[in-house]
Design a protein around this ligand. Structure first.
Ligand SMILES: Nc1nc2c(ncn2[C@@H]2O[C@H](COP(=O)(O)OP(=O)(O)OP(=O)(O)O)[C@@H](O)[C@H]2O)c(=O)[nH]1
Ligand SMILES: [Mg+2]
Ligand SMILES: [Zn+2]
Length: 326
């Protein structure tokens, strides 16, 4: 009878498989005859390899030496060429920034490194989820990477105009820069291109919102997989399976990442989640009770701010849903 494996068992099996793959690779690579150390950029993971781009712009499949931990897309690495044409990564440079999120096993995993901008992509389809956006914003706040929001698929706005107006009111007031785009009509693409130029930026967001389509528009001669939302209208379909760094023709890099359906915040304390709701900050520690949950306690500064319109009611509701689920 088929038996469901626990997360721990699944993790153990994956670990064993990876170890076996690395052993096979080790046998192919002669570690005693490696070329000079070179600097490169990690473009993506591919199975048990990583793809490293040399300073000359050539790409090599590389094995990563053990004990380096999980390397991230965008990492600057030191690597050596082996006689079989593959490479070995021996170390990586300190990261100027890193965006991480808990994986399926609740381990915090770096998605991409050395970024200077993060774009959270939202869209009216396949399904607009404000809690998912707010969770991603909380996580982004603690990464200290400048964060913007892309509202894509504005060609579909006929029946979603209220959603756009509300998003503008809430997030622009809080100081986030919003980009309204359509990869179908090209609306908003000029402004977005300007903001991306000469930066290293990461696109994250729910599956099916159009991250890869945006990338395809900006880096047209790359084969990038675009998904269809036909089979499951509500949740979209996971098309992109790896985080990949692409070079923009006008200068700078853009990193595409696989979509998510859920964004856990288990790695953050209650205090940090509250701080991640950035418009709450002036009111935190102002409540009568130090352990105030901002529900119906007397003299709650957050509730007062909601009543006075300083905090949008939908953000306040989202905060409670997020806290309730954590
Ligand atoms: N109407 C409309 N559809 C779009 C737009 N941009 C992308 N799409 C469609 O949305 C679907 C999903 O696009 P993808 O680019 O694969 O979405 P993604 O965010 O990369 O999805 P994952 O890789 O699963 O995370 C495709 O059918 C696209 O053609 C847009 O501006 N307007
Ligand atoms: Mg994609
Ligand atoms: Zn309170």
């Amino acid at each position: 009878m088929a038996r469901k494996l626990t997360r721990k068992q699944q993790a153990r099996i994956r670990y064993k498989q990876k170890k076996q793959q690395n052993k096979a690779l080790n046998n192919l690579i002669d570690l005693n005859h490696l070329g000079q150390e070179q600097i490169g950029t990690l473009l993506t993971h591919r199975g048990s390899h990583v793809i490293v781009e040399s300073e000359q712009g050539d790409c090599y499949a590389c094995l990563v030496r053990q004990n380096l931990g999980y390397l991230a897309c965008g990492d600057k690495v030191v690597w050596q060429l082996a006689e079989n044409g593959q490479g070995v990564v021996s170390s990586f440079f300190e990261r100027s920034s890193v965006l991480s999120r808990p994986d399926f096993y609740k381990n915090l995993k770096p998605i991409a490194a050395n970024l200077d901008q993060l774009f959270i992509v939202i869209a009216p389809q396949p399904h607009y989820d404000s809690d998912l956006l707010n969770r991603a914003l909380v996580n982004a706040y603690h990464s200290q990477i400048k964060t913007h929001i892309i509202f894509n698929k504005i060609d579909l706005l006929g029946s979603h105009q209220d959603l756009l107006n509300q998003t503008k009111v809430i997030y622009q007031t809080m100081g986030y820069q919003l980009f309204f785009t359509s990869t179908y009509t090209q609306q908003g693409m000029v402004e977005l291109t300007q903001q991306l130029s000469n930066h290293t930026s990461l696109l994250i967001g729910q599956s099916g919102v159009g991250k890869s389509s945006i990338l395809q528009t900006l880096v047209p001669n790359q084969a990038i997989q675009i998904g269809q939302i036909s089979d499951n209208q509500r949740f979209g379909r996971h098309t992109t399976s790896n985080t990949v760094l692409y070079h923009l023709p006008q200068g700078g890099n853009l990193i595409d990442s696989p979509g998510f359906r859920y964004f856990a915040l288990d790695h953050l304390s209650i205090d940090k989640i509250q701080q991640g709701f950035i418009e709450f900050q002036p009111y935190l520690n102002q409540c009568q009770f130090s352990n105030c949950q901002h529900l119906s306690e007397p003299n709650c500064a957050i509730l007062k701010a909601v009543e006075q319109g300083e905090i949008h009611f939908s953000r306040y509701q989202s905060y409670h849903r997020i806290m309730g689920l954590n």
